[in-house]
Design a protein around this ligand. Structure first.
Ligand code: NDP
Ligand code: 2IT
Length: 450
């Protein structure tokens, strides 16, 4: 008997939810994808009849393990860690590690799923994965972080490798954590290879990797605005977050002539109508990276700025918004507020920061909306360039890497336009999803029933 594959999103989602109960973030990421890709699959029998969407939404494997470690008071502590190896059709698994108390299997599955198509869009040979632990790095000493990373790598090293799976940073995992993880991998394997990206410059890291996600997001946004006959120059801009992605997004937007007026952390946001210039941003970098302080301290240093506890920056009028903190940090109500305040473009630095109903609001209102898998692909793209440099045992100059990042973001923009153009309006969500899908789907079909 021939089993008819689902031909509409609701039918498909019923099955997915039944197979993955309770995983709301994963359901959300898949729904956003399937809404735009299903009509394309339906129109192309080779994809539909091979159950390609059913296969693509099932990870290759998930590794779950215990991470025991000792805190500074010699208490034994235990966390849970995962590596979701989602799809390696077009290259070794690649994607970040997140350390945050909200990490669950659902969160890592949504991130791994997005990573597959994001990596495909970069044009580089990278499969998709994500990992992390429900470990809270806040308030931990450097030595506690070191012990945690070393313990995590004792298990993780069996599952990763330069041609197998190459992790990198994400929320709560930056240069310090990557260094501890890399050092431990090297001890365990007695091999010096590019098994992680985002490494220190002394041991195989790439110039511009630290800046790449934030810079790439701004390049993508500038591409969207230029395509619509506009630019960032002179625009009032809001940014959320004050971590790696937010910091370099603020830096590049300011360099392109924008006036960035907000940054945030999980306790609230600061509003500085005079703009967060290079000097103020240097203060934020030191505050968050070195002193590991809170964003409200900004207002003690710079007069004219205000702190808004427990709220997000989306009620501040702006022409361009860059959500760069975390998933679901911009609701449908906040989307409507941004639209009524005249927002022209949204470019997602974080992964899935906009609730799905908010995405629909922006698209209906004709706002330029750069979805995460396109807009924040610059980070993993430069990770891919770090892998190439490691494989060659060479280091490229800052200018060379930045120029490559520029052209990758431009190519991604062009792919989105190619598949998302609709009577003059570009639906970047559809464009990114279909362009990302095609390369993976064609590889999977070539491999047969995998
Ligand atoms: P960081 O850890 O450097 O910074 C995270 C920032 O977001 C901090 O300001 C943090 O505030 C805030 N934040 C984190 N969780 C929450 C939460 N639950 N509610 C409110 N605020 C929160 O991470 P990154 O800058 O690296 O990552 C930010 C986003 O960008 C994530 O969605 C990540 O997946 C995505 N991304 C990162 C890439 C990279 O290369 N690093 C590449 C592509 C995407 P606080 O200090 O209070 O915790
Ligand atoms: O979400 C992401 O793309 C990242 N956290 C970066 C992944 C990477 O491998 O550089």
């Amino acid at each position: 008997m021939w089993i008819e594959p689902c031909e509409d999103t609701e039918c498909f989602m019923r099955g997915l939810i039944r197979r993955n109960p309770g995983e709301s973030e994963f359901h959300q990421a898949v729904r956003e994808f399937v809404e735009t890709v299903m009509p394309f699959v339906k129109a192309n029998p080779k994809y539909r009849e091979s159950q390609i969407l059913e296969r693509m939404t099932e990870p290759d494997r998930i590794i779950i393990f215990r991470v025991p470690w000792e805190d500074d008071n010699r208490n034994v502590r235990v966390n849970r860690a995962w590596r979701v190896q989602f799809n390696n059709s077009i290259g070794p698994y690649k994607g970040g590690l997140r350390f945050h108390p909200t990490v669950t299997q659902s969160v890592l599955k949504f991130l791994g799923f997005e990573q597959v198509f994001k990596n495909s869009l970069t044009g580089l040979p990278m499969g998709g994965a994500k990992g992390g632990a429900n470990f809270n790095p806040k308030g931990k000493s450097d030595r506690e972080i070191m012990r945690f990373c070393q313990s995590m790598m004792i298990e993780l090293h069996r599952h990763v490798g330069e041609d197998t799976d190459v992790p990198a940073g994400d929320i709560g995992v930056g240069g310090r954590e990557i260094s501890y993880l890399f050092g431990q991998y090297k001890r365990l394997e007695n091999r010096f290879v590019g098994v992680l990206t985002g490494k220190g410059l002394q041991f195989g890291g790439s110039l511009i990797r630290t800046e790449a996600t934030g810079y790439g997001n701004v390049y993508f946004c500038e591409n969207m605005l230029n395509h619509a006959g506009d630019s960032l120059n002179g625009k009032t801009v809001t940014v959320s977050g004050s971590g790696n992605v937010a910091t370099y997004c603020v830096e590049k937007a300011t360099l392109l002539g924008a006036n960035v007026v907000t940054m945030s952390d999980s306790s609230g946001f600061i509003h500085d109508p005079n703009g967060i210039d290079a000097e103020k941003l240097a203060f934020v970098k030191d505050l968050k990276e070195v002193r590991r302080g809170r964003i409200h301290e900004y207002t003690e240093k710079f007069s004219g700025a205000t702190f808004h506890q427990g709220t997000r920056p989306w009620n501040v009028p702006c022409e361009v918004a860059f959500p760069c903190a975390t998933q679901n940090e911009l609701s449908a109500d906040e989307a409507r507020t941004l639209i009524s305040n005249g927002v022209k473009a949204i470019s997602e630095g974080a992964n899935m920061p906009t609730e799905l109903a908010g995405v629909h609001e922006f698209l209906q209102a004709g706002v330029l909306f750069g979805p995460a898998k396109a807009a924040n692909a610059g980070g993993v793209a430069v990770s891919g360039l770090e892998q190439s440099q490691n494989a060659q045992r060479l280091s490229w100059s800052r200018e060379e890497v930045d120029q490559k990042l520029h052209s990758i973001m431009k190519d991604i923009h062009e792919k989105c336009v190619q598949y998302g153009q609709d009577d003059g309006f570009v639906n970047y969500v559809r464009g990114a999803n279909i362009a990302g899908f095609l390369k993976i789907a064609d590889a999977m079909l070539a491999y047969g029933n995998v």
